[in-house]
Design a binder for this molecule. Structure first.
Ligand code: GDP
Ligand code: MG
Length: 446
């Protein structure tokens, strides 16, 4: 990841007080690589880098940060800003401040996720915004697409306006808007057809629909997995339609999110929502900070440190730092103390959300109460060990494992799992010690 690569460079440049051309050159090269690897289009990479460089030069390296960490901070901040963090809350949210029904038109390539997003958006509007919502499909080329919209609309608890492949898209739109007016709908979501590649007839059709409907929102739906191709697709739609915002879909995929940056750059429009997964629940307001972290391939380190500081028991941390500094080994007693701290956190899931993508996915599944239960269970296993075993975990072989499992009332596999976790943590502590664990702990302690 970028943070790993940067930390390698950082080792060579301790104790400098200011970011300079000199001490950031290698790191900026790594940032550039990270952006390209995240599939950000080259012109976009250039502009973002120029902006980062401009902000970084002369930046003071504050507190206990080294220049590398300071630069990571600048990169994170600028990328967040470019991707939408510099927009107001209002600019990033849905505009429904029009004479109802507010029309939302969805446009994009076939397979981008328009129909799915129509369902997700309907659910969000019905459940969260308490709106009366009607949907209609102007996709007259694929009968299955109309049925698909009907299905997701029903799942969303919204109403569906029937249309058939025999009608013209403009006639469908006219019928739906008329119905929505007479029945006092707050919102009409119009799903449109897409082709596999941009073609003129399709563009004309959707542009005509837009002119006729005068939508409050014309949302461009784009697949996050598109990578560099996102640039051309976004350009084509931006040129033909007065877009008001973007829905980025399939963020559950393994793309690093470069498309988000490219689309934002090309259209200048705010990314308003992100979709993840085929179920209607996977729909969220766009979070520029989280997306910037994903693009850079690292968690929101600053936020994480802040959260941990809030929850951590400083005295315990200090004790551990002093101990490790004295050359003592990290043992199961220390591990238990860490678990106790974790068990005292009631915001574990919110911490996970700030980590790289693979952890963020866990966050949705993590139930803080469950974590606390699991932590207590694990601590129970350690409590069933003798003081000697806790100090020398390598003594714990088959027969001791059986005894510990029995004492804690858990299967032996759980004891094995605990020991494995412990080893990994021990390994991590060793590495962190070299990298200045005690300094970090002192920083946390203020
Ligand atoms: P449309 O042609 O633009 O209307 O696209 P659809 O809504 O029909 O979606 C195309 C395919 O992508 C379908 O199989 C959807 O289930 C799937 N899909 C849509 N959004 C997402 C998403 O956020 N994540 C995943 N994994 N699949 C999605
Ligand atoms: Mg569709």
């Amino acid at each position: 990841s970028l943070s790993q690569r940067l930390s390698k460079i950082v080792k060579t440049m301790r104790g400098q007080a200011r970011l300079t051309e000199e001490n950031t050159r290698d790191m900026l090269r790594e940032v550039r690589m990270a952006l390209l690897e995240a599939d950000v289009a080259l012109p976009v990479v250039r502009e973002v880098l120029a902006r980062i460089k401009e902000k970084a030069m002369g930046e003071e390296v504050v507190g206990n940060l080294n220049p590398g960490q300071a630069l990571v901070g600048v990169v994170q901040r600028e990328l967040t800003a470019v991707i939408g963090g510099d927009l107001t809350e209002e600019e990033r949210s849905l505009n429904l401040r029009v004479q109802p029904p507010a029309v939302i038109l969805l446009a994009g390539l076939q397979g981008a996720g328009k129909t799915t997003s129509a369902g997700k958006l309907a659910k969000y509007l019905v459940e969260t915004m308490k709106k009366k919502v009607l949907t209609v499909s102007a996709d007259v080329y694929r009968p299955a697409a109309i049925d698909q919209l009907k299905t997701v609309t029903e799942q969303a608890g919204a109403d569906w306006f029937p249309s058939t492949p025999n009608e013209k898209p403009l006639d469908i739109a006219a019928g739906a808007i008329d119905h929505a007016r007479r029945r006092f709908y707050d919102v009409l979501i119009v799903d449109t057809a897409g082709r596999l590649a941009i073609d003129e007839a399709m563009m004309r059709e959707v542009a005509e629909l837009n002119t006729f409907l005068k939508p409050a929102e014309t949302l461009f739906v784009i697949d996050a997995m598109l990578g560099q191709d996102a640039v051309n697709t976004a350009k084509a739609f931006h040129e033909r339609l007065p877009l008001t915002g973007i829905i980025l879909t399939k963020t559950d995929g393994d793309s690093r999110g470069g498309a988000a940056l490219s689309v934002r750059h090309v259209t200048g429009k705010p990314i308003k929502f992100v979709g993840s997964g085929e179920k209607l629940t996977g729909f969220d307001a766009f979070d520029p900070e989280a997306m910037a972290s994903r693009i850079l391939g690292m968690g929101d380190i600053v936020g994480l440190v802040k959260d941990v500081t809030k929850s951590i028991n400083i005295a315990e941390a200090e004790k551990l730092a002093t101990k490790l500094k004295a050359g003592d080994r990290f043992d199961l007693n220390d591990f238990r103390a860490q678990l106790a701290q974790m068990g005292a956190m009631d915001n574990f899931s919110s911490i996970l959300e700030k980590l790289p993508a693979q952890f963020q996915e866990m966050a949705g599944k993590v139930n803080d109460k469950e974590v606390q239960k699991q932590v207590r269970r694990t601590m129970g296993i350690i409590d069933s060990m003798t003081p000697l075993e806790r100090r020398k975990p390598e003594l714990i072989k088959a027969s001791r494992k059986k005894r510990i499992a029995l004492g804690a009332g858990v299967p032996v596999q759980e004891v094995n799992r605990l020991l494995k976790q412990f080893e990994q943590t021990q390994e991590m502590m060793k590495r962190m010690k070299k990298g200045g664990l005690s300094r970090m702990m002192r920083a946390l302690g203020g």
